[in-house]
Write a protein that binds this ligand. Structure first.
Ligand SMILES: NC(=O)c1ccc[n+]([C@@H]2O[C@H](COP(=O)([O-])OP(=O)(O)OC[C@H]3O[C@@H](n4cnc5c(N)ncnc54)[C@H](O)[C@@H]3O)[C@@H](O)[C@H]2O)c1
Length: 334
């Protein structure tokens, strides 16, 4: 079984290049989203614990099965631990044979950013120039990079309640040729924005973005509200915008739309990718991509990484599954 560590992901991406990797990942997700009906889908299994959540995210089609283990503990940084940590596995559907086990904390940030940029490619104005990031924690730089490969960005406006997170973001971003505008609050950060990403972590009903902050039609990529009782957008803002989700059944439990009636319905992103529905901020006004993170995105990044790791001879084969001459003689291993 192939095992990939953090160093392996780093080696792979430096070999391939960020841009090529993100573009390849977006293409892989588009392929998988386009094959929507071929997947056996379910909302993730969530264990709600004091101050956080621990989730299992399974999905499969006829060829491959994948799952991700991921947590969300917004207070973890006070104990010098990350809010989001993940591992994942890819298996063959026909036999159930595990193919790969991998780190997925980095892969989650990469796939989340690719998913955001993929949605924005269809839903945001083509000439979007100003990106706002509210929440400059672990996900933030990944978000910027993915958007920068789709749009000709000129400015990033940003705000976080933690000044140290803003300093960290500015330091990491100084290598890129982009105007950086630190802001004193979310209101200032959203002024003039074409795209607003909210990626805050707080397990409560927050109103990071309110209706009065949005002064022109904008693409809102809301990804931090991803759990029951954890939202980022004011209810009226959600009600008055066009909403697109990944998987309606899961978004109703975990997304911004948990604030709306249980009979609420909206477009799922696969319909946009397949061209069955066409929505864009230029023609439909403010659009919210109410992203909570769906298992299909993990499936896409796992199958891409597995192929790339094999092609580039990266990772370690580890003895995690027995290899036996007589497959009924498991006892022979001891
Ligand atoms: N939708 C998805 O697919 C997906 C994927 C990964 C992470 N997430 C979610 O995204 C969020 C961010 O993840 P992360 O790994 O960057 O976490 P993180 O803890 O590293 O960063 C979150 C940042 O939000 C800031 N923050 C909290 N409340 C704020 C507010 N009201 N205004 C401005 N800033 C605020 C915190 O100070 C922190 O710096 C989490 O809620 C996580 O669960 C979603």
């Amino acid at each position: 079984m192939l095992v990939l560590e953090i160093e392996d992901i780093k080696t792979l991406i430096s070999k391939i290049g960020y841009k090529e990797f993100y573009l390849e990942l977006i293409k892989t997700m588009e392929e998988d989203y386009s094959a929507w009906e071929s997947f056996d889908k379910c909302p993730r299994v969530a264990n709600h614990v004091d101050g956080g959540v621990i989730e299992l995210m399974p999905i499969s089609n006829d060829t491959l099965y994948s799952f991700k283990y991921v947590n969300g503990h917004p207070k973890n940084p006070t104990q010098h631990k990350m809010t989001v940590m993940a591992t994942g596995q890819l298996s063959l559907t026909k036999t159930g044979e595990p193919l790969m086990f991998t780190e997925m904390t980095l892969l989650t940030a990469l796939r989340t950013a690719a998913n955001s940029a993929m949605a924005a490619k269809y839903l945001a104005k083509k000439d979007s120039r100003i990106l706002t990031l509210i929440g400059t924690g672990a996900q933030s730089e990944f978000q910027y990079l993915a958007f920068s490969y789709i749009f000709d960005l000129k400015e990033v406006r940003y705000y976080d309640t933690d000044p140290k997170a803003m300093e960290k973001f500015a330091t990491n971003m100084s290598q890129y040729n982009i105007l950086l505008t630190p802001c004193k609050d979310a209101y200032e950060a959203t002024q003039g924005a074409d795209i607003v990403t909210t990626c805050t972590a707080d397990k409560r009903y927050q109103t990071v973005l309110t209706k009065d902050m949005i002064q022109k039609d904008v693409f809102i990529n809301a990804l931090g509200g991803d759990c029951p009782g954890k939202t980022e957008l004011q209810k009226e803002l959600v009600e008055e915008s066009t909403v697109v989700v990944e998987f309606l059944e899961q978004a109703k439990i975990e997304g911004e739309i948990q604030q709306l009636s249980s009979s609420f319905t909206c477009t799922e992103i696969y319909e946009i990718i397949r061209g069955e529905k066409q929505l864009n901020v230029a023609t439909h006004g403010t659009i919210i991509f109410d992203s909570v993170g769906f298992a299909l995105e993990d499936y896409s990044v796992l199958r891409l990484i597995y192929n790339l790791a094999q092609k580039n001879n990266i990772g370690k084969e580890m003895n995690l599954i027995p290899k036996l001459n007589d497959v009924k003689n498991l006892f022979s291993l001891l």
